[in-house]
Design a protein around this ligand. Structure first.
Ligand code: ACM
Length: 479
């Protein structure tokens, strides 16, 4: 094991000869990814937590030189909608490492729960980490699980997650949502909400799904509050990027709020959309002053893009294309392609289905680079790709496994490899490699993946309806 700076960052050379295996990396990360490839050659038992038989004494004699296509190969884990305790997050870091993914985007706060301990604001977890009950699926009339749900990570839990990730050359990017997706925070601290429009003292942590109308108030105390929150977040997470959300904030409360209207006048803003930018610009500057960079969902483009902000393009490709042309870094995670909580086949027996049908083949054909940018100077602004795992309908690790796998393996190959154009990709070859080796590795790691033949009986959810097909994938309209 050695580092050779002549090799690319994260790249490696693996040679196997009579005297054993040698791995040389462009950096320590490259050596680590080379070790992951060696583990692949060792067979599925190498993925168990303890040896169950002697390791193979012979290996194929390859020389492999490899390097990633993208520097950001991400997985978003939504631990807000359903809380996933620390052990589950650590397990996904192991699974990410095995797939050479290197960014864990932790979605820590949302309407349905606040999952990070903030010492200066204890009610965020005393109140905001718990909800009274939970809507099951999206049926009408609603079905409820009447058990309270919740939990949160202590700061030391998160430090452990960050350290465990770092040992695997994975960066953890925290997401603290604002100004939308903030109902749990407002339930904990009613003064964060639009108190001149609604009685936020009566608000509870959201129990159902969809976009909550309860957004942060553009009042002086709110950015101060979030500065205190982010000060503690920065102490836990050393990542250069910090995600501040910025998506889906309905403007009805701002329209009705005298405070919001006064803010628009005082700051010379054009409209309510610019109130959103008022938050984003503030934290763009605030993070930059602390040596960090803001990343937000593509709505941060509305009403003027903050100076150094990077964009996670989720509504489709258009936001990412606009941002790249404006000289911003972009992570491609279009919901039509790589929201891995969505249907993975069209059968009636899919558990609590949702969104668009995205099969294993579809994900293998996901192309992060928009064709409009190919060959232009802006193409290099696409710094990576990310698969997003939202958990409205995935209330346990098994159910997260089911939605993520095997599709995350296809995504990982797309994010790492220089594959041909989507129509020319050899899915049958990928499928053969899955059958010949990779399902056995997933079995050895205890992954509750979806077999291509359909859900095993214990994975079905009869009586809990999801949402019908969303129709053919389409972009959301963009300013
Ligand atoms: C999102 O799915 N609202 C980022």
């Amino acid at each position: 094991m050695a580092v050779d700076p002549a090799l690319p960052s994260e790249g490696y050379r693996l040679t196997v000869g009579p005297d054993g295996a040698t791995i040389t990396g462009g950096d320590e990360a490259g050596v680590f990814w080379g070790r992951q490839t060696l583990r692949q050659l060792l067979g599925p038992d190498a993925y168990r937590r303890a040896p169950i038989r002697p390791a193979p004494r012979t290996l194929p004699y390859p020389t492999i030189e490899d390097e990633p296509r993208f520097a950001w190969r991400g997985l978003l884990l939504d631990v807000a909608r359903h809380f996933m305790p620390k052990d589950g997050v650590l397990r996904y870091l192991d699974l990410m490492a095995a797939h050479k993914l290197n960014v864990l985007h932790l979605h820590l706060t949302d309407d349905q729960g606040w999952r990070v301990e903030i010492r200066s604001r204890p009610r965020l977890t005393e109140v905001g980490a718990w909800r009274r009950r939970t809507r099951l699926g999206r049926g009408d009339p609603p079905v409820w699980d009447e058990r309270p749900h919740g939990g949160f990570c202590t700061q030391d839990d998160l430090r452990e997650i960050v350290a465990y990730a770092a040992a695997r050359h994975i960066t953890v990017v925290p997401e603290i949502e604002m100004p939308g997706h903030s109902q749990a925070a407002i339930a904990a601290y009613p003064e964060l909400g639009n108190t001149d429009v609604v009685d936020t003292a009566r608000l509870e942590v959201a129990t159902g799904w969809g976009v909550s109308p309860h957004v942060l108030a553009p009042a002086d105390q709110v950015p101060r509050f979030y500065e205190d929150v982010l000060t503690e977040v920065l102490e836990i997470f050393p990542s250069r990027f910090v995600h501040i959300g910025g998506d889906e904030r309905p403007k009805d409360q701002w329209r009705a709020s005298a405070t919001a209207q006064a803010r628009i006048r005082a700051e010379g803003l054009r409209d309510k959309a610019e109130l959103q930018s008022w938050f984003i610009r503030h934290f763009d500057r605030w993070l930059a002053e602390r040596g960090r960079r803001l990343i937000g969902w593509d709505e941060v483009l509305e009403g003027g893009l903050a100076e150094g902000a990077a964009v996670a393009s989720w509504q489709g490709y258009a936001g990412g294309v606009m941002a790249a042309r404006a000289g911003r870094d972009v992570v491609m995670c279009p919901m039509q392609e790589v929201y891995l909580d969505h249907w993975q086949a069209g059968g009636d027996d899919e558990p609590v289905p949702f969104g668009w049908v995205r099969t294993l083949r579809d994900v293998y054909r996901f192309e992060p680079g928009p064709p409009e940018l190919a060959g232009t100077e802006h193409a290099a602004r696409i710094i990576g790709a990310q698969a997003d795992m939202w958990t409205e309908a995935a209330d346990s690790q098994q159910r997260v496994d089911y939605r993520l796998f095997p599709r995350l393996a296809a995504f990982a190959e797309v994010a790492w490899s220089d594959l041909p154009a989507p129509d020319e990709r050899d899915f049958e070859n990928f499928r053969r490699r899955m059958d010949a080796a990779h399902y056995a590795r997933l079995d050895a790691m205890g992954v509750a993946y979806r077999p291509l033949s359909g859900p095993l009986p214990g994975r079905r959810r009869p009586g809990i309806p999801g949402l019908p097909f969303a129709g053919p994938p389409r972009e959301r309209s963009h300013p």
